[in-house]
Design a protein around this ligand. Structure first.
Ligand code: ADP
Ligand code: GLC
Length: 494
C-alpha cells in the first residue's frame, strides 16, 4: 500500500510530545512490513534547511482568493532501511513556519494564524503529490493540525488521481481540537455549504478536528480504552456525539514503542545497558541519576521519576497546585527521592522551582532533554503518571521496558498497558489508582514505597515482568493496515 502521513510533528524533526514519536515509529513499522510510506511536515524554523534537499520549483497552493507559494524540501527518515526508506517532505512557507515554536510560543501559546497555517499545510499535501507524481492509497492525518486533509479530500479533491484515495484520521489527543473564528473559513477555499456538511460548525466557531472526524473514511485513537472513553460525555470533550455517531468506523489501536530508541539493552544514553538476564546496569543508572540531580547516593531509597509536559492533562494540578497539591506532603512524609523533568505551564514551572529549593529530596529540572529522559526512565524505581486523561501514553511503556514500575491513574491507555499490583500474590506491573485527587496520589505513592521497603521480592519480580512486556509497533502497524483496508473498501468497494 502507498501511505502518506500528514502531521505537525515527527521525530527527529519536530516534537512537543508523543505524537512525534508515534508518527515516525508507525511509519517505520509500516515500511518494515513492505509498504511505501512518506511523511509530510511543515518546515519549521528549527529544522535546518542545510540537512534537507530542495525539490526543484515552487509549489502553488490554492488558498483564499489566490495562491500561496512555498518550497518543498526532502530528507530520509532515520532508522529505516535502504531498500524501502521513508521519505519526509517539508513544506517551506516562510510567513507561516519561519518562526519559533510549532503551535506557538510561551507568550502566544496558540498562534492567531494557526487555522491559516495548518489549513494551508493540509491543502499543500495534495499539491505535493501532484508535484512528485505520487498518489497514495491512504492519506493518514494526525490530530487537528492535519484534520483538514480528509476534509479537503472529501469535499474538494476526490477526483482524478485522488479518486481512489481513502483517508484515515488518528486522534492522539481529543483535548486539542483547533477551534477558531469562522472568519478564517473563507481562507480554506471551500464552499459555505461545506461548512455545515463537513461538520465545521461548533457553536459560533469552526472546529477543525470535528470536521475531520465527520469527513475521514476511518477514524481511530491510540488505545482501545480511550476509544471507549471518548464515546462518553465525561471524556468526549464535546465530541463524544460525533464519535458515537461514527462508531462503526472508529476504533482504538495501541501505540507501540520504538525499541531502537527505547531499549535498555542497546540504549547509548544510559551509563550501562542492561536486560532481564543482567539487570545490574539499572543500579548504575540510579547512581548516576542521583549524582546528576545532586541527590545523596543511596541504592536503598526509592526514586520516583517523572518526565512530562506540565499541563492540566498530566494531573500536575493535583500534584503541584500551590497549597493543595500533594507533592510537598509526599516528599515530606515518605522516605523517597523525587526527580522530575518537564516544561509547560509557567505557574507549574514556578512551583517546581520553588519545591526544589525547599525540599532536599525533590529535584525538578525545567526544560527538554532526550538524554535526561532516558536516564530518568532507567535510573528511577517508579515512574509517576497521574494523568487526568491519557489517550495512550508512551512514558509508562518506556518505564515498563526499563523495569521502572509505573504509578498511574486508571485512565485511557494507562489502563490498557499497566497491571495493578496485588500484594497477596505479588502479581502486576505497576500501581493504579482511580480517583484524581491529591490524596489518592499521596496514598498510592505511599503504597508503592511501602512495597519497596517491605515486599522487595515482589518489586524485583514485577520489574522482570514489566521488562518482558511486548509493546511492539509491528503488531499495531498490522492493525493500521486492517484499518486502511477498511477505509479503501468504503471507497472502492473491493
Ligand atoms: P504526551 O504526548 O501527551 O506528552 P506521551 O507519554 O505520549 O505524552 O509522550 C511524551 C513524550 O514526550 C515522551 O517521549 C517523553 O519522553 C517526551 N517528553 C515530554 N517532556 C519531555 C521533556 N521535558 N524532556 C524530554 N522528553 C520529554
Ligand atoms: C498524545 C497523547 C498521548 C499519546 C501521544 C501519542 O500526545 O497525549 O497519550 O501517547 O499522543 O499517540
Amino acid at each position: 500500500m502507498k501511505i502518506l502521513m500528514a502531521a505537525s510533528e515527527a521525530v527527529p524533526f519536530a516534537k512537543t510530545g508523543g505524537l512525534a514519536d508515534a508518527v515516525s515509529a508507525l511509519s517505520l513499522a509500516l515500511s518494515n512490513l513492505g509498504h511505501e510510506v512518506k511523511i509530510v511536515l511543515p518546515r519549521y524554523y528549527s529544522i535546518s534547511r542545510e540537512k534537507l534537499q530542495l525539490l526543484e520549483g515552487p509549489l502553488g497552493v490554492p488558498m483564499g482568493r489566490g495562491e500561496e507559494w512555498c518550497a518543498v524540501y526532502t530528507a530520509v527518515l532515520p532508522g529505516g532501511t535502504k531498500k524501502n526508506p521513508v521519505n519526509v517532505y517539508f513544506i517551506d512557507h516562510e510567513n507561516f513556519f519561519g518562526r519559533d515554536g510549532i503551535y506557538g510560543v510561551p507568550w502566544e501559546p496558540d498562534y492567531l494564524d494557526n487555522p491559516r497555517r495548518f489549513g494551508f499545510f493540509s491543502r499543500s499535501v495534495f499539491q505535493l503529490c501532484r508535484k512528485i507524481d505520487w498518489y497514495p492509497d491512504i492519506l493518514h492525518a494526525h490530530d487537528w493540525p492535519a484534520a483538514m486533509v480528509p476534509v479537503f479530500l472529501k469535499f474538494a479533491e476526490r477526483s482524478g488521481n485522488f479518486e481512489k484515495t481513502a483517508s484515515v484520521l488518528t486522534v492522539h489527543n481529543l483535548g486539542y481540537q483547533g477551534i477558531y473564528g469562522k472568519d478564517n473559513y473563507d481562507y480554506l477555499n471551500l464552499w459555505w455549504d461545506t461548512f455545515y456538511n463537513a461538520g465545521f460548525e461548533d457553536g459560533n466557531m469552526m472546529n477543525f478536528l470535528k470536521a475531520g472526524l465527520y469527513s475521514a473514511d476511518k477514524l481511530n485513537t491510540v488505545s482501545p480504552n480511550y476509544a471507549q472513553e471518548t464515546r462518553t460525555q465525561a471524556h468526549g470533550f464535546r465530541l463524544d456525539g460525533v464519535l458515537r455517531y461514527r462508531s462503526a468506523d472508529y476504533c482504538g489501536i495501541l501505540n507501540g514503542i520504538d525499541d531502537k530508541v527505547w531499549n535498555p539493552k542497546t540504549d547509548t544514553l544510559i551509563p550501562q545497558t542492561y536486560s532481564v538476564q543482567d539487570i545490574s546496569g539499572k543500579a548504575k543508572a540510579k547512581e548516576v541519576l542521583q549524582q546528576t540531580f545532586n541527590l545523596p547516593g543511596n541504592p536503598d531509597i526509592p526514586v520516583i521519576g517523572m518526565v512530562t509536559r506540565l499541563t492540566e492533562q498530566k494531573g500536575v494540578g493535583e500534584l503541584f497546585g500551590p497549597t493543595y497539591g500533594s507533592a510537598w506532603s509526599i516528599c515530606r512524609d515518605l522516605n523517597l527521592q523525587f526527580v522530575l523533568l518537564g516544561s509547560g505551564d509557567p505557574w507549574c514551572e514556578q512551583e517546581i522551582r520553588s519545591l526544589s529549593s525547599r525540599l532536599s529530596n525533590f529535584k525538578g529540572r525545567i526544560g527538554y532533554s532526550e538524554e535526561l529522559s532516558h536516564l530518568i526512565e532507567a535510573g528511577s524505581d517508579f515512574f509517576l503518571m497521574p494523568s487526568r486523561y491519557e489517550p495512550c501514553g508512551l512514558n509508562q511503556m518506556y518505564s515498563l521496558a526499563y523495569g521502572t514500575l509505573p504509578i498511574v491513574r486508571n485512565t485511557g491507555g494507562l489502563t490498557d498497558t499497566v497491571e495493578n499490583y496485588n500484594q497477596d500474590t505479588g502479581s502486576g506491573t505497576g500501581f493504579i489508582f482511580d480517583d484524581l485527587t491529591p490524596l489518592a496520589i499521596y496514598n498510592t505513592l505511599g503504597w508503592a514505597v511501602w512495597a519497596y521497603y517491605n515486599r522487595r521480592d515482589h518489586i524485583e519480580a514485577m520489574r522482570i515482568r514489566a521488562m518482558k512486556q511486548n509493546f511492539s509497533w509491528k503488531k499495531s502497524a498490522q492493525k493500521y493496515i486492517d484499518l486502511y483496508a477498511g477505509a479503501l473498501n468504503l471507497i472502492r468497494g473491493t
